[in-house]
Design a protein around this ligand. Structure first.
Ligand code: HSE
Length: 431
């Protein structure tokens, strides 16, 4: 059995999970992989952590040289957050001749080209299964299991906090703030949940997935991002009336003119399995030309699920199978960014809720405006008028150019027939 020495940078939640798995399931790994994974050094800003968890035979310190100067260490588990020091650490490890396994999606999404350029130059690799959807082996599925497929689209739920909030609002009628408070208490949300609820965390993960799925360079800054902060109880009720469920979806779709890449709260018809992925679960639905639609569901965060993904990368690297596809990932370094379609050119189905004056001709004027902009209606529903002589009209559309739909809604709002700004949401139509 060969010995494989590794280093760990960052002894937080996921680092602790890695230690737990190595201590509890090390024998299983040895038997399966004929490999003795030996954690030789831990670099942490908080050496007191050793009071909570035994580091085994690993030496613990705060100096990265403990790892970079040790020629025996072949791979570094890079489990630090942020994008500044984290980038320097990853690059220092690559330059010291180590492979790097990271769970840091923000780092990858924002500095992909630079990191992979260094990986290419040094002949080492960066693995990142843990950066997208925690314990779900989605990167492995894309680079291995689905390698013989042209990937047409990805529809995903990639943030457990948002999924938890929306699930509690939908299933229990809970308010947004209360559900967010519970997500924090349960440890799903980050200490500052802004990046969770505003869609940025989902966008980081989506950009990484799209790079791998479409074999192209996808700049993170081009993702269109809307969060769930403004989703109201009325939106949730409307979705339920339409036999749909609101999910924060990350969508990456290849079209003849480019790539659609967006994160947005979306009405998912209940006939789609994504509508039934609840609580803090993540899910990735991959539309593959040969395998067909494939749905992966699981825990997208947490110490053990994320550590499970970290260790799968480590074993892949240690046995040499990751390097087989490493060139594929390096290919992107410095490549031309692919064309990301502007939001107005995206082709999506939509939902709108108008509050209108209950007067003759209002519905006719609305539908004439939608028709003028080329928007094809799928369904229209008007509720009973309220005491203030206004009524709610909800429409869903067939897939339409996004710009046409938004222009039509703007024109309707400006025509003086609506009494409050119209609510617009996407509606999932996998077409
Ligand atoms: N806070 C994230 C979530 C996990 O709620 O899914 C880390 O990306």
């Amino acid at each position: 059995m060969s010995d494989y020495a590794i280093g760990l940078v960052g002894w937080g939640t996921v680092g602790g999970g890695v230690l737990n798995i190595l201590q509890q399931d090390g024998t299983l790994l040895k038997e399966r992989c004929n490999l003795n994974v030996r954690l030789k050094a831990i670099v942490t800003r908080n050496p007191d952590r050793a009071r909570d968890q035994k580091p085994g035979s690993a030496v613990v310190g705060s100096d990265l040289a403990l790892i970079t100067d040790d020629p025996e260490i072949k791979t570094v588990l890079h489990l630090v957050g942020g994008t500044t020091a984290a980038k320097d650490i990853a690059i220092a490890c690559l330059r010291a001749g180590k492979h790097v396994v990271t769970a840091n999606k923000a780092l990858l999404a924002e500095h992909w080209d630079e990191l992979f350029a260094v990986a290419k130059e040094t002949g080492h690799t960066i693995a990142f299964e843990a950066a997208v959807a925690g314990g779900i082996p989605v990167i492995a599925a894309l680079r291995d299991g689905l390698v013989a497929n042209d990937i047409r689209g990805i529809y995903s739920i990639l943030n457990g906090t948002c999924n938890y909030i929306l699930s509690r609002m939908t299933q229990d009628g809970m308010g947004y703030d209360e559900a967010l408070g519970l997500a924090k208490d349960l440890g799903y949300a980050e200490s500052d949940p802004t990046l969770d609820v505003n869609g940025t965390d989902t966008a980081h993960k989506l950009a990484i997935l799209a790079q791998i799925a479409f074999n192209t360079n996808v700049p993170f800054c081009a993702v269109h991002i809307e969060g769930i902060e403004n989703i109201s109880a009325d939106d949730i009720e409307s979705a339920q009336r339409l036999d749909s469920t609101i999910k924060l979806l990350g969508v990456a779709k290849r079209c003849p003119a480019g790539v659609e890449l967006r994160v947005a709260p979306t009405l998912v018809p209940n006939s789609n399995p994504l509508a039934h992925v609840n609580a803090n679960y993540n899910a990735v639905r991959i539309m593959a030309n040969n395998a067909g639609p494939t749905l992966l569901v699981g825990q997208g965060a947490g110490a053990l699920p994320t550590a499970s993904a970290v260790l799968s990368d480590l074993i892949d690297i240690a046995v040499g199978s990751y390097q087989r596809t490493a060139e594929y990932f390096r290919f992107f370094a410095g490549g031309e960014p692919s064309t990301i379609l502007p939001e107005e050119d995206e082709f999506t189905a939509s939902y709108a809720r108008f509050r209108v004056k209950d007067e003759p001709g209002v519905l006719a004027q609305m539908t004439a405006t939608l028709s003028k902009h080329g928007v094809s209606l799928r369904a229209v529903h008007q509720g009973e008028p309220d005491a203030d002589s206004t009524a709610e009209i909800e429409v869903t559309t067939h897939p339409t150019r996004g710009g046409a739909f938004l222009s039509a809604v703007k024109e309707i709002d400006q025509a003086g027939i609506t009494v409050q700004p119209t609510v617009c949401l996407r509606r999932l139509d996998e077409g």
